[in-house]
Design a protein around this ligand. Structure first.
Ligand code: ATP
Length: 362
């Protein structure tokens, strides 16, 4: 299989904490195998410090030098961070992924949940995507230019501020409708407009306005609480869900597990000109360093980055590499090779080597 790619790509690699140093190299191994199989001339990987190691070396969890270096890349892989485990003052600061998303205005967080044949899905045949607004909403540390929207006027009173803007809603709604137009052509708006009438009401209303530009897309909407119930029973009936920041974060843990495991839930954070691959799950400190982590989420996040880069640079080679990675992960799981969270007994390294070997098969 050879689909010539037009150029080489410089991609940042941030291992992060916990299982990050296991799953990120696994994703690089698989990405390199796919690039070689497709005939992409070269991917130049650049490792950059972040998290615990960066605190030790630079006294910053997200060093300025890392942000500057990322700006020079075509995209990057972000491993998970264990920011809840950082010493103060780092624990109280905006965490690394929040810092990077804010710095590069990565407003769209696309989180697919797709079950595998041979995987242990709670709801079989789930194939949906959560499109999560990533820069404002009810995550108070994301929605201010300086400082955070969370504060304590007295030791016994804590206040958090939610922000929803028309601009924020419009751009995430367009991202959702455009995605749905390439899929099964249905968008479900998730909100809580019966209680948070002004904020999530604005979110719902702007999404409905944007829907007018996409007459071919079927649109419905649910309250966030009702949505969880519908997903548990019939996640396989939904296509694209669009929602605000915190609702999207919570719902995507649920949908990842419904599709088989949080360990298979990938994500891409993107603006119109930058993208970051990041597994939807956290740093899983309970299994870190034991070769038990499922690398599928990180591997498929990398495939999403390849697909995004392929579309942005009109490079069929990268799009082909993305499809090859997805197919090879599916084939590997179908052969019964998977990690413990999916009911198998492969380690992280063994699984990723099996995917790379599947890619290399003629
Ligand atoms: P965060 O707030 O950073 O998203 P979290 O508190 O939601 O983190 P996770 O680190 O995502 O927690 O872990 C939740 C559970 O899922 C843990 O039991 C963890 O071991 C498991 N888990 C997460 N990722 C994986 C993975 N890739 N492979 C196997 N198990 C995982």
């Amino acid at each position: 299989m050879t689909t010539p790619a037009s150029r080489t790509y410089a991609l940042g690699v941030l291992h992060g904490d916990g299982i990050g140093p296991e799953i990120v190299p696994a994703a690089v191994l698989v990405a390199d195998a796919a690039a070689a199989a497709i005939g992409i001339p070269a991917i130049r990987w650049r490792e950059l410090p972040l998290g615990f190691k960066a605190i030790e070396e630079f006294n910053e969890a997200t060093p300025t030098s890392t942000l500057d270096a990322l700006a020079e890349t075509d995209g990057w892989l972000l491993g998970p961070h264990d920011s809840a485990g950082y010493p103060e003052p780092f624990r109280s600061q905006l965490n690394p992924s929040g810092t990077i998303r804010k710095h590069f205005d990565l407003y769209s967080n696309v989180r697919p949940a797709k079950s595998f044949h041979g995987g242990n899905a709670v709801v079989a045949d789930t194939d949906l995507v959560i499109v999560r607004e990533n820069t404002e909403g009810f995550y108070a540390d994301r929605n201010t230019y300086a400082g955070t929207g969370e504060f304590m006027p007295t030791a016994d009173v804590a206040i958090a501020m939610g922000i929803i803007t028309r601009r924020g809603c419009e751009r995430i709604a367009h991202a959702a409708f455009e995605l749905a137009s390439r899929r099964r052509k249905r968008v479900t708006i998730v909100h809580k407009a019966n209680v948070l009438k002004l904020t999530t009401g604005l979110f719902r209303d702007v999404c409905r306005e944007v829907a007018q530009s996409y007459p071919e897309i079927e649109v419905d909407d649910y309250h966030i609480d009702a949505m969880t119930v519908h997903l548990v029973r019939r996640a396989n009936e939904f296509d694209v869900l669009v929602t605000e920041n915190m609702f999207g974060d919570i719902l995507s843990d649920l949908t990842g597990e419904l599709a088989g495991s949080l360990g298979i839930a990938p994500s891409l954070n993107a603006s119109h000109d930058r993208a970051m691959a990041q597994a939807a799950h956290g740093s899983a400190p309970d299994i870190a360093g034991q070769d038990r982590a499922n690398p599928i989420a990180m591997i498929l996040s990398t495939a999403m980055l390849f697909d995004w880069l392929g579309a942005r640079h009109d490079d069929s080679g990268l799009a082909g590499a993305a499809a090859l990675i997805e197919r090879s992960v599916e084939d590997t799981v179908a052969q019964g090779i998977c990690t413990g969270d999916m009911g198998g007994n492969a380690g992280c390294r063994e699984f990723s080597e099996a995917v790379a070997a599947t890619i290399k098969q003629p």
